[in-house]
Design a protein around this ligand. Structure first.
Ligand SMILES: [Fe+2]
Length: 106
């Protein structure tokens, strides 16, 4: 299950636990809306059981897509977060207690 915030300049995707795969979620959101600019990708990516090779492949696909900000934590796992950060660099913000997000700013 995931939520799409649709704005004139792109999508923000908020996932729960991404059990169907974060790449499947991104593809489905693009297919549903016809928009491939993703301003924000937020949620748990459920990568804590994936191998480093699998996580690296996922991170490279996310990084090469039109995703501006990635905010993730929980079941992404520390290894997943580390590998995503290595590839996606400043696009990544870890979810942590007390994090406040302001969406839909002009
Ligand atoms: Fe999960």
């Amino acid at each position: 299950m995931f939520l799409i915030l649709l704005e004139s300049d792109g999508l923000t995707i908020i996932t729960g636990c991404s059990h169907r795969g974060i790449l499947n979620i991104v593809k489905t959101a693009i297919d549903i809306t016809g928009i491939n600019t993703i301003k924000g990708l937020i949620g748990g990516f459920h990568l804590f059981r994936n191998s480093e090779d699998e996580i690296t492949e996922i991170a490279e696909k996310i990084n090469s897509s039109n995703v501006e900000h990635i905010i993730t934590g929980h079941c992404t796992g520390l290894n997943g977060l580390f590998l995503l950060k290595n590839i996606c660099k400043s696009k990544i913000t870890p979810i942590k207690a007390g994090l406040t997000l302001t969406l839909n700013q002009p």
